[in-house]
Design a protein. Sequence first.
Length: 316
Amino acid sequence: MDQQSAQELRKKRFLSALGLPIFGVLAYVWLNDDELLLGAGSLLCVLFSIAAVIKLSRQLRGSMSVYRPGKGFWYYRLTRQNKLHYLTAGEAVIVLIAAGLLLFTEVPVYFTLLPAAAGLYSLHFVVKPRIRLHTPVDDASLFELEELGIIGMNETVLGLYKDFEQWAYVTDGDKIVVLTNDQLVIVRLSGPESGERISVSLRDIHRLGILSSGNAGQGLNVVIGLSDETVVRFLLHGESFQDSPEEFVHQLLQSLDALAFQRLAPASGQRHRPESGGRQERPAPSEHRKLDLYDHPAAASGIPASAPSGQRVLDF
């Protein structure tokens, strides 16, 4: 069973904790040298590091706050266009901060330009394009999932996310996440035609944690707490320009809110099967082993017998 989600959380917690002494020392040195701007910035980084350590520790323990319909996760609730505007504003802030450091402080040029360039690259060439190009549901992927037996032919699919752009390039650990009217189906692939899957009832999701992860802001680490105290953690790699983790989470939040407010989600339109283009026939769908969280939770090898908090945790 994949442990990458927990590993990413632990790595980010370690880096956040490492920032405490580093920025603390920098704040002390710069404030003593009357570099008030740099000292204040370092103190702010110390506060951010403390908040990050607390948040990451809670997610590792599965002790997120109870999900409140329509509340929290403000960035992921933004519309596609508003997200793009927000990210553009973020680019402008990075440029202004870098210019201020170069003009009014003695910080080395490389210490300013390298982080600024990395931030601008991440926002402009990674995050913004995939948000702009994301398609909630594409028919080609739907029919691939039908042939693999992951979804039914008449099943209503509201959202779809893939870690990859083409099925020919699927690697071990890549994920497909499918959002239906009442379920979240998570598939961890070991190849284009095999893997493991779990289905989570949306009505059983009582807690939700979302944290950015991965290089250049690519991925999202999602932690779900169910009504029976089971915790499911999975990592969306965000390596496909055709699938945005941010937009998929937006759809998930909308579906959770719709169920909470007793609104029926709209049914998808008629599917138009794409031309086969010489595609090979798929084998029987039995190669995707289904893990049942509700009837046989102990059968899932990734669930510890006794988590520190008394919860069952599945890293998928």
